[in-house]
Design a protein around this ligand. Structure first.
Ligand code: 5GP
Length: 391
């Protein structure tokens, strides 16, 4: 655990509102008189293991896909002004930095969170907090580098942050186009932190193809793209007549045809589509705890994440094939996880994963990042040097 905690990491799949700390959510709900659905928060905090290092392997907050979307409906009611948006952004950045994330791509769906705060101001606020955070990180790193008292375990690289503008597929096409306008506009500013767009949101709502024009426009303007994919069951072949499964298959095929720069999750792919993906080699953002929760893989195992992750439909294939993947937290606040936990879980659950494998995955993830080549090269060098000091 200590080794993984102190190694530099890359986080490519994190949704801002899903990063909210539980205590912050409770605090904001109290301040704003928002009633949180009891069913989602009345879970016990006990674990069946007193050892703090291993206790997280039992997650006592087993949130299904439906529970997640119930939470995502309530969080914006608590994050409904500038101060709370700044707070959750700063806390999310701090939490990733505390887990030695050296490069973070945070994503969020622009919201008109009250009468006086437009979608543009929502994005501006997040970008401002990110820039301030990066400056403080850089200063801290300079001081750390010149200080003789810092040790390998306390030192960490300065966190670099980039932002992806999300499209929520449960919203309208008009909203998606507005978000694309904002993403394009912000990405064209000097030294912009906006590097890409994402399509996420409730996968049972609407269709990828509804939002494809907005994403295409962003791509033409130079932004990178990532699409959530395969989160609901998909037909094994073209002959399957179940309309829901057939629609899900058509959707995955349409996403493959679009060829985004990365895919989110790519979970429930039948063999034929897994093989097609192997040909495409589109990097996948895999989020272990989130996948175990939303697919309810640990439901009958008392929340045991290790056993749950061993039922993951794709991970072992990807690891065996050296398929390009990154490991992300998705929604650390909702799934009660963090960047260290995800890597430790992977190592404990999947066969053949050593610290060398984790280093390789992390370094490889830099290649999938949406930032420019200069920053990628800089990250690879800094991380390579850091890993060398850990040997
Ligand atoms: P936000 O965009 O509001 O900052 O972050 C929360 C939003 O991210 C959710 O409302 C949802 O649209 C999206 N999201 C978070 N986790 C998941 C996930 O696991 N799957 C999908 N499809 N969307 C997600």
């Amino acid at each position: 655990y200590q080794f993984v905690a102190s190694m530099p990491k890359v986080e490519l799949h994190a949704h801002l509102n899903g990063c909210i700390r539980e205590e912050t959510l409770f605090d904001l709900a109290r301040q704003k008189n928002v009633e949180l659905p009891a069913k989602l928060f009345s879970l016990d905090h006990h674990t069946n293991n007193d050892d703090h290092v291993n206790s997280f392997m039992y997650n006592v907050k087993p949130r299904s896909l439906t529970d997640c979307f119930d939470m995502f409906a309530v969080i914006p009611k608590c994050v409904n002004d500038l101060a709370s948006l700044e707070r959750i952004t700063r806390e999310a950045l701090q939490d990733f930095a505390n887990h030695h994330v050296a490069y973070l791509e945070l994503r969020s769906t622009p919201k008109r969170i009250n009468q006086s705060l437009s979608k543009r101001q929502y994005v501006e606020t997040i970008l401002r907090v990110m820039k301030e955070f990066q400056e403080v990180e850089e200063e801290r790193y300079q001081q750390q580098s010149t200080s003789t008292s810092s040790t390998e375990t306390t030192t960490r690289l300065p966190m670099k942050c980039r932002f992806l503008v999300s499209i929520d597929r449960s919203g309208s096409v008009h909203e998606a186009q507005e978000n694309a306008d904002l993403a394009i506009e912000f990405s064209q500013q000097p030294n912009s932190l906006v590097v890409g767009m994402d399509i996420g949101g409730n996968p049972t709502k609407n269709d990828f193809t509804d939002f494809k024009p907005a994403l295409s426009r962003a791509r033409k303007a130079g932004l990178k793209t990532t699409v959530h994919c395969g989160e609901v069951p998909v037909a094994a072949g073209p002959d399957d007549t179940d309309p829901r499964l057939a629609k899900a298959r058509d959707e995955v095929l349409a996403i493959f045809e679009f060829r985004p720069d990365r895919l989110g999750h790519a979970l429930l792919l039948p063999e034929s589509l897994r093989n097609e993906l192997t040909t495409l080699q589109v990097p996948v953002e895999s989020c272990p705890t989130s996948n175990v929760m939303t697919l309810e893989l640990a439901k009958h195992m008392g929340g045991d994440l290790i056993h749950g992750l061993r039922q993951h439909p794709q991970l072992q294939y990807w690891l065996d094939d050296n398929y390009p993947i990154s490991i992300g937290t998705d929604d650390p606040g909702v799934f009660n996880t963090d960047a260290t936990q995800e890597l430790v879980l992977l190592a404990k659950a999947q066969e053949g994963v050593t610290t060398e494998t984790l280093k390789r995955i992390v370094l490889d993830s830099v290649n999938h990042a949406f930032c420019n080549v200069e920053l990628k090269d800089q990250m690879k060098q800094l991380m390579g040097e850091f890993f060398a000091t850990m040997e």
